[in-house]
Design a protein around this ligand. Sequence first.
Ligand code: PLP
Length: 449
Amino acid sequence: AAPDPQAGAAVKATDRAHVFHSWSAQELIDPLAVAGAEGSYFWDYEGNRYLDFASGLVFTNIGYQHPKVVAAIQEQAGKLATFAPAFALEARSEAARLIAERTPGDLDKIFFTNGGAEAVENAIRMARVHTGRPKVLSAYRSYHGATTTAINLTGDPRRWASDSGAAGVVRFWAPFLYRSPFYSSTEQEECARALDHLESVIAHEGPGTIAAVILETVPGTAGIMVPPPGYLAGVRELCDRHGIVFVADEVMAGFGRTGRWFATEHFDVVPDLLTFAKGVNSGYVPLGGVAISGAIADTFARRPYPGGLTYSGHPLACAAAVATIELMAEEGIVEQAAHLGDAVLGPGLRELAARHPSVGEVRGLGAFWAVELVRDRETREPLVPYNATGEANAPMAAFAAACRKNGLWPFVNMNRTHAVPPLTTSEAEAKEGLAALDAALAVADEHTV
Ligand code: PLP
């Protein structure tokens, strides 16, 4: 469609009058009015087009407006637009079957929610009822959602304002060699020390008081820290030893993002519960859920599960999931994500790191990459301080503005940018994104020592 700045201004004015936005000081934001989107791109009313290297909030794994999913939603709307959760419905049964076919091990029962935080809430509820224990262990440098339990489990500053201090949460450090909490110098050392630390936390908290350990298989928003080989298997072993439920949060990492259907496949571990959302249907209709092991499903075989949602397994969301999973399988989109990482994003980002002093490290896999920006490569001092705002955050704001000026919509968190485009992004599009990052990194370089 032709640019229409007037229409954009009207959309924006009404937004500013009535929409209350997430995580924001309402008068300090300036949301872009979006006119449309397709594939890996979206555009505004002024005629500016952006390559979406953030996949929205890392959820449009199949890109925007995939015709097969749009058609499936339209078809389902014509057939049965909504229905209550206590009935057996074709779209819901089929979505559960397709998900259970792909989740690891015996995680064969699916509880549907409307998104990731509700999936985490319900996984923790299941673990507590199953074990009869109160506490949950979660990692610093994590994000699990913004409802009460999920935000309390979250290990980033977004928790602080909502920390109830009463959610039975104990936090520990997970491995992250670049900023090692354990002063390690090799991956093996980091892995061994992180496992010793977790073992010690469990021993001192009292193993019999701990219902669950929750971890993002590959932590996402906190920095895409791919765990060292053996770490997740070690966590699995500690959980087995103490009868603790292992919850893998795959809300961001799941459904192809890492180049496998689930990131657990890279590490050969089977959790007891796996939470998903986002990529399950690329967010075309809100959907999340928990995949449940046989042992935990058995707990609720003859005893009611004490939880539910009006829209659990909504037909429109489930029909979108069925179409999404089917097309991902037919079109080889998970393999495409692996290839995008191996052939373009990984080598391309490493090449940028070699040329730009502001890049401290690049890491990731599949279509899931983090670029750690630093003021000083030697000391690894971040480009901006932890949780910086306003003036202190100016170098990152300037970097992000330079990306957008070059037609790239970046994902930015603290001193990092993440390259997390749709898995369907072509090699040529990804290279275009890397070129825009290259230009924006020159701006970040100006802030190095
Ligand atoms: N868990 C992880 C790992 C996430 O990345 C997110 C969202 O980014 C959530 C949970 C929360 O999901 P939602 O925003 O759908 O509630």
